[in-house]
Design a protein around this ligand. Sequence first.
Ligand SMILES: [Zn+2]
Length: 77
Amino acid sequence: MTECPICFRQSMNGTELCEYHEEALTRLRAAFAEWEKALGVGWIDYLSLVYRTQELGLWVREIVAYLTSRSAASMLS
Ligand SMILES: [Zn+2]
């Protein structure tokens, strides 16, 4: 069993995230596909843009913060 790195609930079915954050990530990715098509933004730019909007649900906001810190960390290494 692994734990969701964001909320420490148990993750489901071998995924990294719990079911709530996994679902939020799925929604985030689906929305990104639209943004990418319409505006030509990249993933990292998308994350920072979307984080500044106030319409995000809590789960999505946590996912964005997590992904942003993880990608920032991987840029440093
Ligand atoms: Zn979680």
